[in-house]
Design a protein. Structure first.
Ligand SMILES: NC(=O)C1=CN([C@@H]2O[C@H](COP(=O)(O)OP(=O)(O)OC[C@H]3O[C@@H](n4cnc5c(N)ncnc54)[C@H](O)[C@@H]3O)[C@@H](O)[C@H]2O)[C@@H](O)CC1
Ligand SMILES: [K+]
Length: 488
């Protein structure tokens, strides 16, 4: 798992190193790593041009020392000093010694027009608020040019802890970040501003605390998807109950049941008025048009997608929530729960809620720019895991642990994909995974399935279901074709 660390946690981890190491040593580590990534991105040194945007603090220092490295390798480096009196003195001297130049913001235009790479050293983890007007003008000019846009540590104007952008921020194609990944690079508006994130180690690892937020890798997801073994039968793999869809709109029931079957094809039981549609689409499922209690024993429930919000739906929801089983509530169930949150608060078994922004707001407040914070607050309030859907989906547990999803594609913004996510998560809940992990792994698989499906062009939610087995194999690193070496 990749830990996500706040600016305060980074500063606390840096403190013992700053005390123990010679002056400036930590910044040299950062600047050397930064220059190495820049050279790799440029693909050449001689003849290339780099323009540094330099602010008043340590972030500008990093840019200046990295610029000196680049200049020594033959790159033509110009630094634009946004706060000339306060720009890092040692960094300025190093750049001049290496043959770099320094100019005022008023003279930046010509350099930015010709630059192959622009380095944003305006502010890092010491920044607050969006870019100041003088910086906005220079950044807009840089963005209009042909250069690679590389942010130092954090794109200036992005809140490192939350990803919030108040006003304008540097639109990076790449961010070279030091010591640890910050939440603001992978969530909210910050995610789009950060581009591709490169982590440069500066020796902080042993000083960092246990993080409050994580990103899963494929290996992390694979580790939570146990293969069936010889002792398994259809019951032991986890039995999922699905209450979704209606006689008028059977689609949600079909998609949700299909996604659960394709994620963990032990046994899926369906109960609801879309029974005919589900039976026709998935003969493998055990289907009743009765109530959840008529469906037979399950280990987890998915309830809500397309089931309506009338009195019958409310009764069915209350019946599912009254069980002592893990429950995933989505869509119409969320609308009902926003009216009656006590139905969740009173539960002792795990509950996972999967709102998009509109559904989230029905519980009392818009998510706002701090999406991890918002998900944590609602999770703590309801005593439930909250999966807040978005460009980077956030999962928060009532105790505060959070996951930010790293997979996905904008093509996932199409009807029915939420029903698929619910089915995947329900199947994982039924295997006994802790609820927050089940939700986080589901988001990971859902995003990967979207990426796989999008490789063939636009897709619909049913294509996602079809891609799930191949997605799971990919995530596991499974290579089809040929027998393992140990086979006779
Ligand atoms: N402390 C160290 O030795 C190290 C620092 N590092 C670098 O230093 C950075 C932190 O340095 P600092 O603590 O000096 O802070 P920053 O360089 O992030 O910025 C602080 C300065 O920017 C001003 N400022 C705040 N918000 C602004 C905004 N929106 N627009 C314009 N100016 C703004 C502040 O008044 C302050 O003068 C890290 O992000 C990293 O890049 C790394 O080199 C690792 C080692
Ligand atoms: K920066």
């Amino acid at each position: 798992m990749i830990g996500l660390f706040t600016a305060a946690e980074i500063r606390a981890a840096e403190a013992p190193l700053l005390a123990a190491l010679p002056d400036g040593a930590l910044m040299q580590r950062a600047a050397t790593g930064l220059a190495t990534v820049c050279l790799r991105l440029l693909g050449r040194a001689h003849g290339a041009r780099a323009t540094l945007l330099v602010g008043a603090g340590g972030n500008g220092g990093d840019a200046l020392f990295a610029g000196a490295h680049l200049a020594r390798r033959g790159v033509r480096v110009t630094a634009v000093l946004l706060a000339p009196d306060r720009a890092h003195a040692g960094g300025r001297a190093a750049l001049v010694r290496a043959g770099g130049r320094m100019v005022d913001p008023s003279a930046a235009g010509a350099h930015l027009n010709r630059a192959d790479l622009v380095l944003d050293g305006i502010v890092g983890i010491g920044g607050s608020g969006g870019l100041r007007p003088d910086a906005v003008a220079v950044v807009d000019r840089a963005a209009a040019g042909p250069a690679l846009m590389v942010a130092v540590d954090v794109p200036s104007g992005v809140d490192a802890d939350t990803g919030a952008v108040a006003g304008a921020a540097f639109p990076a194609t790449h961010t070279v970040t030091f010591g640890a990944v910050k939440p603001g690079l992978v969530v909210g508006e910050g995610r789009a501003h950060a581009g591709e994130v490169h982590l440069v180690g500066i020796g902080l690892e042993e000083h960092l605390p246990v993080p409050g937020a994580w990103q899963l890798t494929d290996a992390d997801a694979a580790g939570r998807l146990p293969l069936p073994d010889a002792g398994d039968d259809k019951y032991s793999q986890g039995v999922v109950g699905v209450v979704a869809g209606s006689s008028t709109y059977p689609g949600a029931g079909v998609l949700c049941t299909g996604a659960a079957l394709r994620t963990r094809p032990g046994l899926v039981r369906y109960a609801g008025t879309a029974a005919d549609g589900v039976r026709a689409a998935w003969p493998e499922a055990i289907v009743t048009d009765g109530r959840p209690s008529d469906a037979g024993r399950v280990q987890a429930w998915v309830v809500g997608p397309g089931m309506g919000t009338d009195d019958d739906a409310r009764t069915v929801l209350a019946e599912v929530l009254a069980t002592d089983l893990p429950v995933l509530a989505d869509a119409d169930a969320l609308t009902l729960l926003a009216r009656e949150p006590g139905l969740v608060r009173d539960r002792r078994a795990p509950t996972v809620l999967t709102p998009h922004d509109g559904e989230f707001a029905r519980f009392g407040a818009e998510p706002g720019p701090d999406r991890i914070g918002a998900a944590r607050r609602l999770a703590a309030d309801l005593g439930a895991v909250v999966l807040l859907k978005g460009d980077a989906t956030v999962v928060a547990a009532p105790g505060g642990t959070a996951f930010v999803n790293a997979t996905g594609t904008p093509w996932l913004a199409t009807a029915g994909t939420g029903d698929v996510l619910s089915g995947i998560a329900g199947a994982l809940l039924a295997t006994g995974l802790p609820a927050a992990e089940a939700a986080a792994v589901a988001a990971h698989l859902h995003g990967r399935a979207g990426q796989l499906a999008a490789a063939g062009g636009p897709f619909v939610a049913g294509d996602l279901v079809r891609h799930l087995p191949a997605t799971i194999n990919r995530v596991r690193g499974f290579r089809p074709g040929g027998l393992p070496d140990s086979e006779p």
